[in-house]
Write a protein that binds this ligand. Structure first.
Ligand SMILES: [Zn+2]
Ligand SMILES: [Zn+2]
Length: 677
């Protein structure tokens, strides 16, 4: 037999799992290994017919997805026959090596599908893709790599992966359609555009050019409308009021202002601006409720990020009007055309861990998952009112989401048909447990998660973070900078009682490369530090990988752990029950460089001003700012010193309009110094 269906020969078990599911693939592999093979016939047109001993037969036509294959068994959609057909076909081709082995090992790009899409994709789908392309979405591309041979594209709302180099049929999208959708077309166009600009790229971010949309006319200036001008002005006034009267002022005083800007952002369809404003309000509410997850730096960062996003959008909107094509168009910075929510098809999720939190009135859990098919990171963020005095309490980790206790879901692999994802990656799983299967997270569960989520070395992760687009220029995500790194060895670690912080050196990748793991005590998760210490000491076997949010401190990668995989099991410190243990006393494992300390002082000063309000700062605060400005200048940070002095002058001036902008710029400048100092 001469195997012509190279597209089927290319499908690896991983690809089949993504296109079908692990259960069918395992079962089919077992059947093939045991020689339970169907009779395979290959038609002239390339259609494959498999006839099984159980009497059923399956036909997979050319250009047909596995799901669209026909089978005589009662299962609609997928069944083991459809999956076994592919493996049996591969087994048969292997047994007859006279067929030319396909060269399927070298680099390739999905861009080559562009030329034939007019024939293989229905006109209605192409038309839909052109409509989507007219909004000039930014598409993040990951090219073929030897270690990660599945090219992928992240669109604003969904993710596409190309499992076959010879057929677009096996490209998988995580939207409800699953394959053959307009997103696949957009992804191919994006690869085509990126290959033209920088052939052989490894990763790229592409603003889909208007030419792809058949030369649609250039968009009108976004900031020319009255609604846009009002939104800019009112957002600025809101920020000024927060700065002048402080984030501790009663929320009632800001309620009307927030409502007005929410409504304006919704009317304009500026999704990321609306999300940022909601995020800002949520942080202020968290501060008022004394939430364990409130950190004044988060609110500072939200205020600065919103300002920077709007300022960048105004700038590139002007550039576009002047006929330049900016790297990232204003529509992307603002989140225009981002769909609010999508229903997801047959979603497989691998837990990356969780964090618990509590405040005066409520408590909750933030669970983080990765989709191994698309590498998208999603979160489930759930809260419950705290039991009132006298009511029986319940541990947060015992509360249930989608029928599952938090502690189980936080360390699991989930397969569900009942999920909906919001634009920022927040996930809702329907309570109908029938649609949702939960398995414990195995010690190898993260093996098929690839770059950029999983980074093989500390240096690689550092470079990735240094080259990343700033947060304010990216789609807004419910959780930022979540990564996985392999752990080669746990180095020294310590508990700092004064700072209530556990720190540990982790060796990652090449010998000597290391990063710092750091976790603060969290009153909502009383056993977390003990559980983490137990995992680091190897009580569940040596740690093999850690997941968490990462930041850079003077070029050093610092990871705040959400979960640790050990040789024996997954440890999610926040939901563990661990015996209290003696912790190694502090020995000053790591002192940040002086410049980082100086930046921390600057951020602490800004955070205090923001909480208390600039109006309420006495002469002492101004004196402190003057001394800090002098110190910044002595350390070569003249621009930051200048901004701080300007802010102090403005605080005493009658006209305080420029303050939010100056303070935002100062915050971001200091943050950048701390990252790369
Ligand atoms: Zn079947
Ligand atoms: Zn799609």
């Amino acid at each position: 037999m001469n195997a012509r269906r190279t597209d089927l020969l290319e499908l690896t078990p991983e690809a089949l799992i993504a296109l079908a599911n692990a259960g069918f693939v395992k079962r089919a592999q077992k059947d093939v290994a045991e020689g339970n093979l169907p009779a395979i016939e290959e038609g002239e047109d390339g259609a494959i017919r498999a006839t099984y001993a159980d009497g059923h037969s399956t036909v997979l036509a050319p250009n047909s997805t596995l799901r669209d294959a026909s089978c005589t068994c009662p299962a609609s959609g997928l069944c083991r026959h459809r999956v076994t057909l592919v493996l049996a076909y591969q087994a048969q081709a292997q047994a007859h090596p006279e067929s030319e082995p396909a060269d399927d090992s070298g680099p390739w790009s999905p861009s080559h599908f562009a030329a034939t899409m007019a024939e293989t994709i229905p006109a209605s789908t192409l038309a839909q893709a052109m409509k989507l392309a007219a909004a000039q979405p930014v598409v993040k591309l990951i090219a073929w790599q030897e270690a990660a041979p599945v090219p992928g594209a992240r669109l604003p709302m969904c993710n596409v992966r190309f499992f076959s180099r010879s057929s677009l049929t096996h490209a998988r999208c995580d939207c409800k359609e699953g394959s053959g959708c307009a997103h696949v077309v957009l992804a191919v166009w994006a690869f085509e555009q990126a290959e033209k600009k920088s052939p052989g790229f490894a990763e790229a971010s592409v603003t889909l050019a208007n030419a792809q949309a058949g030369g649609a006319p250039a968009a009108a200036r976004l900031f020319d409308t009255q609604a846009a001008a009002t939104l800019l002005e009112r957002t600025h006034a809101l920020a000024l009021q927060v700065w002048l009267d402080g984030s501790s002022q009663p929320m009632l005083a800001l309620e009307a202002r927030f409502e007005e800007v929410f409504a304006l952002a919704a009317r304009l369809g500026w999704c990321w601006i609306g999300e940022s404003l909601h995020g800002m309000k949520d942080l202020m509410l968290a501060q008022h409720a004394r939430s364990s997850r409130f950190d004044p730096k988060m609110l500072l960062s939200a205020l600065a990020g919103l300002h920077a996003r709007l300022a960048a959008a105004v700038l590139v909107d002007g550039q576009a009007a002047a006929g330049e094509l900016p790297e990232v168009p204003a529509s992307q910075l603002l989140g225009i055309g981002v769909k609010g929510e999508v229903a997801l098809d047959h979603l497989r999720l691998v837990s990356l861990g969780a964090q618990l939190w509590a405040d005066d009135e409520a408590e909750g859990a933030l669970l983080v998952f990765a989709d191994p098919d698309t590498l998208a990171v999603t979160v489930i963020d759930r809260s419950w009112p705290k039991p009132k005095a006298g009511e029986p309490g319940m541990a947060i980790k015992s509360r249930r989401i989608a029928g599952q206790p938090v502690e189980r879901l936080a360390a699991s692999q989930v397969v569900t048909n009942g999920a909906r994802r919001r634009a920022n990656g927040a996930l809702e799983i329907a309570a109908g447990a029938r649609q949702t299967n939960v398995l414990p997270l195995s010690p190898r569960a993260w093996d098929d998660l690839m770059a950029p989520l999983r980074q093989a070395s500390a240096v690689g992760l550092r470079d990735y973070l240094l080259n990343a687009v700033p947060d304010f220029a990216r789609p807004l995500q419910a959780i930022e900078h979540m990564h996985i790194v392999p752990v080669a060895r746990v180095g020294e670690w310590e508990w700092n009682a004064a700072r209530q912080t556990l720190s540990a050196w982790l060796e990652v990748g090449e010998a000597g490369e290391r990063l710092l793991l750091r976790k603060h005590h969290n009153p909502a998760a009383p056993h977390a530090i003990d559980a983490l210490a137990s995992a680091l000491s190897g009580e569940s076997g040596a740690p093999t990988a850690v997941s968490g949010t990462v930041t850079l401190e003077a070029g050093l990668v610092v990871i705040e752990p959400f979960a640790i995989l050990t040789e024996q099991r997954a440890v999610v410190p926040d939901v563990e029950t661990a015996a209290s243990r003696g912790l190694a006393p502090a020995m000053l494992l790591h002192e940040p460089p002086a410049l980082v300390e100086l930046v921390n002082q600057g951020h602490a000063l800004l955070a205090r001003w923001m909480r208390q309000g600039l109006r309420h700062q006495a002469a002492g605060a101004l004196q402190e700012a003057a001394e800090l400005a002098a110190a910044l200048e002595r350390n070569g940070l003249a621009a930051a010193a200048g901004l701080l002095r300007e802010a102090v002058t403005l605080m005493q001036a009658p006209e305080k309009q420029p303050l939010p902008g100056k303070l935002a710029t100062l915050y971001l400048l200091l943050a950048e110094v701390a990252r790369s100092a």
